[in-house]
Design a protein. Sequence first.
Length: 105
Amino acid sequence: IVSDWPARKIKAEPQIVFGYAAKDGTPASLAIGGDKFTFFSRNEAKAGKAWLQSLDENERLITAMKEGVSAVAMGTSQRGTKTVDTYSLAGFTEALAKIHDACKM
């Protein structure tokens, strides 16, 4: 997920949302082409989520998502099961533009 938060003046914040509770303290990652981005995991209301470890990587990740074909998200469940999910990036650039427009950012 990539979100704009106008009240906090945050534009294009990437986040991985797992369909399970994540194992606390384990890293997660997102691979796009030859690029790999490291995230940290945390549970919020039994839902695992992950954010970039280094905010300096944000712009590079968004660029990779705009130019990439697919993104591969990797994480670890609370039970220790490693997961890998692949997502198409078709339409990402247009969707991001609509988000920025709707949020006036």
